[in-house]
Design a protein around this ligand. Structure first.
Ligand SMILES: CCCCC/C=C\C/C=C\C/C=C\C/C=C\CCCC(=O)SCCNC(=O)CCNC(=O)[C@H](O)C(C)(C)COP(=O)(O)OP(=O)(O)OC[C@H]1O[C@@H](n2cnc3c(N)ncnc32)[C@H](O)[C@@H]1OP(=O)(O)O
Length: 213
């Protein structure tokens, strides 16, 4: 059980209604679609994309049936001091339009994301921007470390090897695993795989600050 799950049980009430949490994630999804549409269309196509999302948002704000029964994946929680906490992570949070909607699995010392990335992540034509390659690997390795190491650890060193372009528009497997734990230091490695091809590899070191170990 994560820290936030434990704290939410002690909380007297949720900081916003379940419908508003669902609305926030719906709005984030509309922002993602808009970002792809603004980059991927021009002229009348562009106007159609914008109009469709504006209409969808207006309908959702008007409490349309669209959101009934939809549970937010990352509703706000209370922390230990009773403050509202929103998951802002730009890779994981369903409430953050910058984060692609990915599926996360964890098994033993390994974490895996599955995601298909749209146009707004493009660097070279039809390929993922190299900085975002590092972002994804940093996050998946951090999740593997988080499961295995005591306390919260921070990325101290991260080395990326770009083997071949990471494709957009097809499902990627992004994998991280812990290799060694030495006191406050946790070493991890991983890769991004498209089909059968390893496109990028990462290895790095995470350190837990003295106070949190
Ligand atoms: C979705 C679920 C969420 C649930 C969350 C719940 C709680 C979450 C709370 C926080 C969430 C945080 C992150 C989550 C988000 C993103 C995940 C991705 C990860 C990141 O995006 S995170 C941001 C980027 N990151 C930083 O912002 C770090 C900046 N940095 C520092 O804050 C310090 O740098 C620190 C603390 C890292 C270390 O500071 P320090 O002072 O403790 O370190 P120190 O120098 O003492 O080294 C200790 C020992 O490591 C050895 N050592 C050092 N370097 C080495 C090397 N290269 N190779 C081999 N050994 C090495 C030394 O030789 C010594 O070894 P020895 O102990 O044996 O002497």
């Amino acid at each position: 059980m994560t820290e936030s799950e434990t704290l939410s049980l002690e909380a007297p009430a949720l900081p916003e209604s379940p419908q508003d949490s669902a609305l926030a994630e719906f709005a984030a999804a509309a922002c993602r679609r808009l970002a792809g549409g603004i980059l991927g269309t021009t002229g009348s196509g562009l106007r159609a994309v914008i109009e469709a999302e504006v209409r969808a948002l207006q309908a959702a704000l008007g409490d349309s049936a669209e959101l009934h029964g939809v549970a937010a994946k990352h509703p706000p929680r209370f922390d230990r001091r009773g403050r509202v906490q929103v998951l802002t992570n730009p890779v994981m949070s369903h409430r953050n339009p910058l984060a692609p909607p990915l599926v996360h699995h964890h098994d033993g010392d390994e974490s895996e994301f599955r995601v298909t990335l749209p146009l707004q992540y493009q660097g070279p034509r039809n390929s993922l921007h190299g900085g975002y390659v590092a972002v994804l690997l940093d996050d998946v390795l951090w999740h593997a470390v988080r499961q295995m190491a005591a306390g919260v650890s921070f990325t101290r060193e991260l080395t990326i090897t770009y083997e071949r372009p990471v494709p957009l528009f097809e499902e990627l497997r992004i994998i991280g695993r812990v290799t060694t734990i030495e006191g406050r230091k946790t070493f991890a490695e991983g890769e991004i795989i498209a089909g059968e091809a390893v496109c990028a590899r990462a290895r790095g070191l995470w350190i837990s600050p003295k106070s949190s170990a």
